[in-house]
Design a protein around this ligand. Structure first.
Ligand SMILES: NC(=O)c1ccc[n+]([C@@H]2O[C@H](COP(=O)([O-])OP(=O)(O)OC[C@H]3O[C@@H](n4cnc5c(N)ncnc54)[C@H](O)[C@@H]3O)[C@@H](O)[C@H]2O)c1
Length: 454
């Protein structure tokens, strides 16, 4: 049973609630591998909101409502009134990083938030210090840092991360935990034999198998401890049979991958629109300049390839060229990312879109998005933390492994093998809200609407 009051009035069509949802009681511990631009903007932002210094703009969990019943019923509770979510005051934080900077100096170096804001919450940010990271230069070739764990093999490193998790659970007094990867993009890897089962993976950990990247070690540790894991980068990490097996076995929900921010967010807003109107697409050229550490990491071809794969899949899935060969069969889709230090975190993304209409007449659309990547990513981190925690407390969701209803937040949403991902932002939002309705036994909204004309 939920503790929060559901302010919405019951409707005639209400079904039984789908399973039980435990209350969001006590503290929720957020553990973040990678205390860089995204992580610090998220944590500093939560604290600024808690102190009444700013507003959590861009966060669905903080602003979103869900319509229940008919359009004429006038029932639209806030998401936090429909399902029990942890409150911002319940959140406590820790992280891991290869650099020794606490959250104040990491946020200052990231240069996303103004110093005047960071200074108002300085002691709080300074109290969040990085734990030693599991890291190898072989997987992120542009980085090296001193704050790194040592162990005789990868299994020992995994044990150390598990110990960090248990220690934080105790020292913070958190009732529940979430791990969310905000670390750098690792080199491109493909699933191999070591990833096919828990047994194979554990053997490979002991043998220091090179197909096991550091992010997978964090994921293995979290899921082994029954802690849900979200993946904000395009790395494979939890997108592997071994992780699905662990996730289901230990009822630790997983989701990923790669936060859907700037350019891809716009793509998944615009492309469904072109397709809805059956306008053709000849080409979509996307280029970016950015100068933060993420940009530097992506300057390495290995890390860029991981990101490129994640960004390219989007249009193919939305446009379905096999169903519409005349409209989308010849689409030329190109994505470039260029490291350009003067820009810092304030990325500039250009899109040139070649569309064609009636009788094949060509038109062009140009977009110049002066975007702030981490400002768009931070509310995603908040929502994922709160929703994954909801999933863990829901008897209906926690045993399912992949949380496809959270596709809304990802460039490359995870699905079970054989199922294509849903990329259209509006379908993703409908899926998310229908999941919340379903959990509470509310009627799903189909938008049929014939009943208004009876
Ligand atoms: N900023 C966005 O909008 C956005 C959008 C989608 C995805 N992402 C992804 O999120 C991640 C974080 O982005 P960012 O802008 O904060 O990057 P960042 O470079 O500022 O921060 C990443 C941090 O991770 C640390 N790190 C790297 N490997 C680690 C490891 N094994 N263990 C612990 N720490 C490790 C780095 O030292 C760094 O401090 C990147 O993978 C990025 O591609 C970001």
């Amino acid at each position: 049973m939920a503790t929060r009051q559901n302010n919405a009035k019951p409707t005639a069509g209400k079904k039984a609630q789908a399973g039980e949802i435990r209350p969001a009681k006590g503290k929720l511990g957020v553990m973040i591998p990678g205390m860089g631009a995204v992580a610090t903007t998220f944590v500093a932002g939560v604290e600024a909101v808690r102190r009444g210094l700013a507003q959590p703009i861009g966060s669905l969990t903080q602003w979103g409502t869900v319509r229940l019943g008919k359009r004429t019923d006038g029932r639209s509770p806030k998401i936090g009134e429909l399902v029990p979510l942890a409150g911002l005051n319940d959140l406590v934080f820790t992280g891991w990083d290869i650099f020794e900077d606490d959250m104040y100096s990491a946020a200052s170096k990231a240069g996303v938030l103004e110093k005047s804001l960071l200074d108002q919450i300085k002691p709080f940010l300074q109290s969040v210090k990085p734990r030693k990271a599991v890291f190898s230069h072989d997987y992120v070739r542009k980085l090296d840092g001193p704050n790194v764990k040592k162990g005789k093999n990868k299994m020992e490193l995994a044990e150390q991360v598990r110990e960090d998790i248990r220690e934080f659970r105790k020292s913070s007094g958190a009732e529940r935990l979430i791990v969310i990867w905000c670390g750098s993009t690792e080199i491109f890897l493909q699933p191999g034999s070591a990833h096919q089962s828990v047994q194979a993976f554990e053997k490979a950990l002991v043998k220091n198998d090179e197909s096991i990247a550091p992010s997978m070690i964090y994921a293995y540790a979290a899921l082994s401890e029954g802690v849900p894991f979200a993946n904000g980068a395009p790395n494979l990490t939890v997108d592997l049979p071994v992780m699905l097996e662990l996730s289901r076995r230990n009822e630790a929900p997983i989701c990923g991958k790669d936060f859907k921010t700037g350019q891809t967010l716009l793509k998944t807003i615009l492309a469904p629109g072109f397709k809805a109107r059956m306008l053709g697409l000849g080409g979509w050229f996307s280029t970016n300049i950015l100068g933060n550490r993420d940009g530097e990491v992506l300057d390495d071809p290995g890390s860029f390839k991981t990101k490129e794969e994640s960004k390219l899949g989007v249009l193919e899935h939305i446009l379905q060229p096999k169903l519409y060969p005349e409209l989308y069969g010849q689409l030329y889709h190109k994505v470039r990312i260029n490291y350009y230090p003067p820009r810092g975190d304030n990325k500039e993304g250009w899109d040139n879109i070649d569309i064609f209409g009636w009788l094949g007449y060509p038109m062009q659309i140009k977009i110049d998005f002066l975007c702030r990547d981490s400002i768009l990513a931070a509310p995603i981190v908040l929502d994922l933390v709160l929703f994954l925690d909801l999933a863990k407390r829901s008897s209906e969701l926690r045993c399912r492994g992949i949380q496809e209803w959270l596709s809304f937040y990802f460039k490359s949403p995870m699905t079970v093998p054989g199922l294509y991902p849903e990329h259209d932002l509006f379908i993703q939002l409908m899926k998310l809200k229908n999941t919340l309705r379903y959990l509470r036994g509310e009627e799903l909204i189909t938008h049929l609407g014939l009943e208004y004309y009876d």
